[in-house]
Design a protein around this ligand. Structure first.
Ligand SMILES: *Cc1c(COP(=O)(O)O)cnc(C)c1O
Length: 535
């Protein structure tokens, strides 16, 4: 494509930049970090806006009873440059000063981080913990990101053609665009319509509870409305005010994050009158961050695939030993499973039938490495982790739980596992970029047909699917169907191929890499943003 000129300001609550910096919680932040890195590598005229989280997201470890607990620590931001710019936003009738820092690491695509941790602020805590709170605190954070973000761009004299909200958290930036136009004399209708022309939106989770909403009176009390009336807010986001619904109405175009998610999102938001069109643009990854180039080279004939993979597998064995003390066996088929601990992802599906799984784990046919945090306030998710920790005690060195899932863990696991297991209850998984990391590292995906996988899966050729896209009427029915299908594919295909047909296995690894390395690289995603969303 020709060099794009549309200048985009990208807003996101979290950015996965580096494994030492807890400015991300999960997939949303990893996507945003990879997007910025891609913008730098491929010279797209983009600036990022985020928050400078003092503590960021939780470190999560396991206590002596096998239960997860949370721990926060201050982050190190020595690498940031002080822009000298400060803006302010009135939150709950109080002026909050916001300092603007610049992250130079992205060269032509700088990332600006906003910070309220200043001595003059009574509300210094706003940029304290990422997703640490709901309610008023969350609204305050989103006001800093959205309203503070637009004011920072103005103060920095950065011209912007389009505002891209990655998730609904940034919606108040749209409120600020409306306010600016009204202050310039436009009536509300015209200000709304013109702001809409400058905004695009990415919607993520198809899980209804993941789409944040706030009582209207709370938005008014916080001062987030910026002069809009209760009726105007209700017309935009409903009551309670749903941030996703608001963003769908206050954007000229939206995107879903995989082809299947496009269909799911259309259906899910069909009832929203006046919403923007939702086009599917499948997520992708920044290969230099996640992929061992020896693997892509080997798939193209420059090197030995299996040898390079075994190096990565040994590195994983080392990593697991360092973090947990457990000793994996490099000759045993190794499944990797790491993702947020939440019910629909079914971390425990593999253990459904002890009669099937017990001998596989005891006889050294299979070993599995788990990782993943639960949201600090999600007791159900923490219970799931405790269950997996229980299995790791029952099957020492065959089932391992690595605490405190982070980018380093994600990287080690998506390079060094043999198989990437993914079994969400379709169609709840929006995309699932960890499977892309695995695929391009020659780690074979074994997954239900959810998120990105239906776009890449060539069963028995570059990985495996199980469940055939089944959607159960009840969760119990769904789990029984997929659980049986998982055992079948493991016993009939995955395990025999691994132990009895290494040649085919290596051929599948190669196919996985070749099929995915361009299709799921961030360059393709950025080009599609410019061709389908930023127009
Ligand atoms: C890649 C990655 C994610 C996102 O992957 P999903 O497949 O969406 O779970 C989340 N967290 C970390 C640490 C990652 O490396």
């Amino acid at each position: 494509m020709s060099t794009p000129t549309t200048k985009v300001a990208y807003f996101c609550m979290e950015y996965g930049l580096d494994d030492k910096l807890k400015t991300y919680a999960g997939g949303l932040g990893i996507l945003a970090g990879d997007y910025m890195k891609g913008a730098k590598d491929h010279n797209f005229p983009i600036v990022g806006i985020g928050l400078k989280w003092k503590q960021g997201y939780t470190d999560q470890y396991i206590d002596s009873e096998g239960k997860p607990y949370d721990s926060y620590k201050n982050q190190n931001y020595d690498f940031l440059e002080d822009t000298g710019v400060t803006v302010s936003v009135k939150i709950r009738q109080r002026d909050v000063k916001i300092k603007v820092w610049k992250c130079e690491a992205f060269g032509n695509a700088p990332l600006y981080l906003l910070d309220t941790d200043l001595p003059e602020n009574e509300d210094a805590w706003i940029t304290g913990q990422l997703y640490g709170w709901f309610g008023e605190e969350r609204i305050a954070q989103e006001m800093v990101l959205g309203i503070g973000g637009v004011r920072a761009l103005r103060a920095l004299n950065i011209d912007v053609d389009l505002y891209h909200f990655n998730e609904g958290h940034a919606l108040f930036a749209g409120f600020e665009l409306i306010r600016e136009k009204r202050d310039n004399g436009h009536d509300y209708g015209k200000a709304f319509a013109e702001s809409r022309e400058e905004i695009v939106f990415t919607t993520h989770t198809p899980v209804i509870q993941g789409n944040e909403s706030h009582p209207i009176d709370r938005l008014m009390y916080m001062g987030a409305n910026l002069g809009q009336t209760v009726e105007q807010l209700v017309d935009m986001g409903g009551a309670p005010f749903n941030m996703t619904v608001g963003a769908l109405r206050l954007s000229k175009k939206s995107n879903a994050v995989a082809q299947l998610h496009g269909e799911t999102a259309q259906e899910m938001w069909n009832h929203v009158e006046g919403r923007s069109e939702i086009v599917p643009i499948t997520n992708a990854i920044h290969k230099p961050t996640w992929v061992d180039s020896a693997m892509t080279d080997a798939a193209e004939g420059k090197g030995d695939i299996w040898e390079s993979h075994i190096k990565n597998k040994r590195a994983l064995v080392e990593f697991v030993k360092e973090r947990t003390g457990a000793e994996l066996n490099e000759n045993v088929l190794t499944l990797g499973f790491s993702r947020r601990a939440v019910a629909y992802k079914r971390a425990n599906l593999l253990f459904r039938d002890p009669e099937v799984i017990d001998p596989l784990l005891r006889d050294g046919k299979l070993q599995i490495v788990y990782s993943g945090k639960a949201h600090p306030l999600d007791d159900g998710g923490k219970q799931l982790i405790a269950e997996i920790v229980g299995f790791s005690k029952k099957y020492p060195n065959a089932v391992v739980y690595v605490p405190n899932y982070d980018m380093a863990t994600g990287s080690a696991l998506t390079r060094g596992s043999d198989v990437w297991l993914n079994n969400p209850r379709r169609p709840k998984e929006a995309s699932g970029t960890s499977g892309m990391k695995a695929a391009i590292n020659g780690v074979l995906n074994c997954s239900t047909l959810d998120g990105w996988w239906p776009e890449a899966c060539n069963h028995g050729v570059n990985g495996w699917q199980f469940g055939d896209g089944f959607v159960g009427k009840t969760e119990a029915e769904h789990d029984k169907h997929d659980g049986d299908a998982l055992y079948k594919v493991l016993l009939d295909e995955v395990i025999p191929t691994y132990y009895d047909n290494r040649e085919k296995w290596v051929e599948m690894m190669k196919q996985s890499i070749l099929d995915c390395k361009d299709q799921f690289a961030v360059k393709r995603m950025l080009e599609e943003y410019y061709e389908l969303l930023y127009v």
